[in-house]
Structure formats: structure tokens, C-alpha cells
Design a protein around this ligand. Sequence first.
Ligand code: PLP
Length: 426
Amino acid sequence: MSDQKGFSTKAIHAGTAPDPTTGARATPIYQTTSFVFKDTDHAAALFGLQEFGNIYTRIMNPTTAVLEEKVAALEGGTAALATASGHAAQLLVFHTIMQPGCNFVAAKRLYGGSINQFGHAFKSFDWQVRWADPADMGDIEKQIDEKTRAIFIESLANPGGTFVDIAAIAEVAHKHGLPLIVDNTMATPYLVRPIEHGADIVVHSLTKFMGGHGNSMGGIIVDGGKFDWSKSGNYPMLSEPRPEYAGVVLHQALGEIAFAIAARVLGLRDFGPAISPFNAFMIQTGIETLPLRMQKHCDNALEVARWLKQHDKVSWVSYSALPDDENHALQQKYSPKGGGAVFTFGLKGGFEAGKTFVESLEMFSHLANIGDTRSLVIHPASTTHRQLSEEQQIAAGAGPDVVRLSIGIEDASDIIADLEQALAKA
Ligand SMILES: *Cc1c(COP(=O)(O)O)cnc(C)c1O
């Protein structure tokens, strides 16, 4: 799909074409594990990477390929690799970049699951994470040494929904010869396209706003295509001959799609976290309406945030699209179409009021997820952050009075009515 087309057109058409054998207009679900070779030479060319084609669904599948082409087009990347979940995408990105004994710098403010994956699970590969404040370039730079291989941030950061200065962090990364990896899950490419601001790799949990309906798990890696993987010699997966592919040097052979292919043929092939064709179909169908849904999420969230702000049981509201919010300038720079769907606010009544409020909501679902069509709520202090002391809760942005909302795409008046009746009880 040509770069000239608009975002909504790409969301519908990029990657899709009528099925060549049946004429089916919607993308068929190719629910098959394997694909027939034309002859032995064809099979040999596929296995040797001389030719790209379907072999086995763990490595590649035509339904999944539509999803990959679509997200690459929406992010402005050169190629993409879909995975079973957002966490699987992160694992494959770091497997392609890291060697044992190396480290990477990650923003302190991240999705809780990523904090666990980086801080605990990655230790068994001997990959170290160094935490830094994403608003402090000096702090990021201080963590970098000769063993650092990448910087990782979220464009719109959990849990409170704050925008991060991607261009400034990209500059720090590139000054030190490092790629910048951006988790764009909360913003989606409708609001922010990190590659345009200097990111080298984008990852997503497609489970959230991209699929958008709370029904399918998925993740994706998008290759920005610009990073020089050969220059420093620090990325041997890409810059040195691969014994499993007859000595091919992936960056030399594949250029601007080398990272996405390396993550597929060295990571996905051997670790195996492949997305099912059915989930790829569900998520690619969801993405067709991404622009409509995201704008409605943002418009509803702004209306709700404004309403909460004037309510006498609410002590504060932290939403970047409110003009007096401390994150408003970055929101205007990176995401002028809106502030996203997720934000936090404080209840004057503290812990007990938070519990009663969440239990009194009728239309909101009380659960640990974001990015559904439905409005979602969580009171972190009594659920996800329950095991922490009050001081630790406050440091994590999950103090006793904090409520987190993920505003859905219902009618704003009904969302507000539900909040109003629950606030009356809190
Ligand atoms: C949910 C989420 C992830 C993890 O994705 P899964 O699909 O649950 O594995 C990573 N980053 C962010 C910002 C998320 O919200």
C-alpha cells in the first residue's frame, strides 16, 4: 500500500487483497499447520532463505502475514513480525539484540508485566535491565556503559497515561550507537508513530487497543529499517555469519528488513511463540476500525476527565489532554488527536472509598486490563498493588486513593451516569 494513502485507508486496505483462489474479500483464516512444496528445489530454497514462502505456521502464515503488513504500514516500518502476545514480542526483540552479560536501559514507568519480565525472567538469560526516569535524559545517559545494547520506553506510559519525549530519548540512544525500542501499545499508531520521531523498533501488545475488543491475545514487532546493525559489531545475530543458514549475514543480505527477519528465523522459529491464525484474523479485523475507535476512546476520556475534575468527592485528575495537566505539552507535541483512553484520579475518601466506588460501578468492568470497547476500572491499592506497603504504593503511582480507568466507546453520558451513582455511594 502506497505511503501516500491516509491512515484510515491503510487501516482497512494495507496487506489485504481478494483471495486469489476463491475470490473471498475478507481475509480468510488459513487454519493450517503446514504448506505443500512445489518440489524439492522449492523446499530447499525456502529452508535456505533464498526464497520467502510458507513452510509451517510456527514461522509464517498467510492470515498472519496480512496482520503484519498492515501494522508495518500503519507504523511506517519496513516489515513486522506478529507473535502470540506482547510479552512474546518483547522476548524476541531482546533475543535478537542481547548477548549474555549485556544490559539495556528501560524506563521506570512501564506496564507491570514488563517490569517483571525485564527484572526477573530475563535474568536467566543473563540480560540485565537498568531502570531510568524517562523524563530525565541525564539519568538515562548515566545508565549507559559499553555493555548496553538498547533503550526501551513506552510512548504513552503506564499506569497513569503520560507521554514520553521520544525524539529526545532517540537522540540519546543514537549518540551512543544504540537502538531505541518503543512499546506503542497504549497510544497505537493512530495517536503516535514512534518511528517518525526516531524509534528504531516498535513493539505492541495487540491484545489491547489494536485488536480492541478484549477477545484475542497477540503481539507484534515492527522494524523501522534505519538502524545500522553492522557498525559497532555489538549485534552479532545480525552482523555475523549464521551457522543455521549456511553462513548468511542477515544485515548484509536483507538490509532494511534484517531485524524483522532475524526475529522470525532466529527467534520465533526456535522459541516458538507464534500467534494462531484465528487470533491474527480477529486482530486484523479489529484494526480496520482502529481510527474510529481510538478517536471515540479519546473524546469520551476527555469528557469523563472534565466531569470528574469538578466533582466534590474527587481530589485530583491526571489526564494529559486537560490543558492544565503537567503532561499537556508533550501530549500536544506527540498526540494532538487526543490523550488516549487510560488515566487515573484520586478519591478524597482514600482506600475505603476506592473499594466501595469500584464495587458500586454497574456498567464498568472491574478487571486488570485496558483497551477494550467496554469501560474498565481498577483500584490498584486493593488489587494489583495490594502486597506493597503504603509508601511503596505511593511511589508506584498506586496510592490508596488512586483509581485507574480505561474509558470505553459506549455513550459518554452512560459512562458518566455510572460513575455518578458509584461516587454517590463512595
Ligand atoms: C498488556 C501490555 C503488554 C503485554 O502484552 P500481552 O499481550 O499481555 O503479553 C506490554 N506492554 C503494555 C504497555 C501492555 O499494556
